[in-house]
Design a binder for this molecule. Structure first.
Ligand SMILES: O=P(O)(O)OP(=O)(O)OP(=O)(O)OC[C@H]1O[C@@H](n2cnc3c(O)ncnc32)[C@H](O)[C@@H]1O
Ligand SMILES: [Mg+2]
Length: 201
């Protein structure tokens, strides 16, 4: 098995990454931060998803010596000029309260008509290793913000996001349906052959 560390504290991201990468990268074993000794994780100070993903991945490689993957992602709302963007996790404050984030975003869009509620989920996924160049890929899922919270699946902003072509939120999709269309799924499927080659698998 070839170990790769996912430098994320988000258990749902770890689940999605393991689910998507394991079947397409032979012999990969995806470790979480709980599987390695703790280290000082960097603050996400970069203004871009790519910058924060590289920051998190490089810190993991430096601390553990393991090939490392990190994801920085969020929801970018047209009517808010692309915000919350990289601030998505902390939109309602440093507590990173998903429900408070969702209620705040719905409140901010309360007067925005359906035709102007377009939004995208964006994920930048970085892969860094001791003996090769840094890799960064971007994935995007286009959709809109509905007027309420619906569904029990997924995580974060899934309960208020409806992907283009669907009448259900991404929290109402099956995990397979979401993986097939999500920003993270797209980025990871693009990254998989690069990871497989780097691991020699
Ligand atoms: O930084 P790490 O440790 O990876 O974990 P995090 O949860 O802080 O992750 P980010 O900094 O990338 O913030 C991502 C934000 O965007 C949200 N988000 C990202 N991907 C999502 C998805 O697939 N569905 C719903 N919300 C998502 C998530 O809830 C956070 O609020
Ligand atoms: Mg984060």
């Amino acid at each position: 098995m070839s170990k790769v560390l996912l430098a994320s504290n988000n258990k749902k991201k770890l689940e999605e990454l393991r689910r998507i990468l394991t079947p397409i990268v032979p012999g990969i074993e995806v470790l979480g931060l709980g599987d390695v000794p703790p280290y000082d994780e960097p603050a996400e100070t970069e203004p871009t998803f790519e910058g924060n993903a590289l920051l998190k991945a490089r810190a993991a490689l430096e601390a553990t010596g393991l090939p490392s993957i990190a994801d920085d992602s969020g929801i970018c709302v047209d009517a808010l000029n692309g915000m919350p963007g990289v601030l998505s996790a902390r939109w309602s404050g440093p507590a990173k309260d998903n429900h408070a984030n969702n209620l705040l975003l719905l409140g901010q869009l309360a007067d925005v008509p359906d035709e102007r509620r377009g939004a995208s989920f964006v994920a930048a996924v970085a892969f860094v290793r001791p003996d090769g160049p840094d890799e960064i890929v971007l994935g995007e899922m286009r959709g809109s913000v509905i007027h309420e919270l619906r569904g029990t699946g997924g995580f974060g902003y899934d309960v208020l996001f409806q992907a283009e072509g669907y009448d259900r939120t991404t929290a109402e999709l099956s995990i397979e349906e979401k993986d097939a269309i999500s920003h993270r799924g797209k980025a990871l499927r693009e990254l998989a052959p690069i990871v497989a080659k780097a691991l020699g698998s």
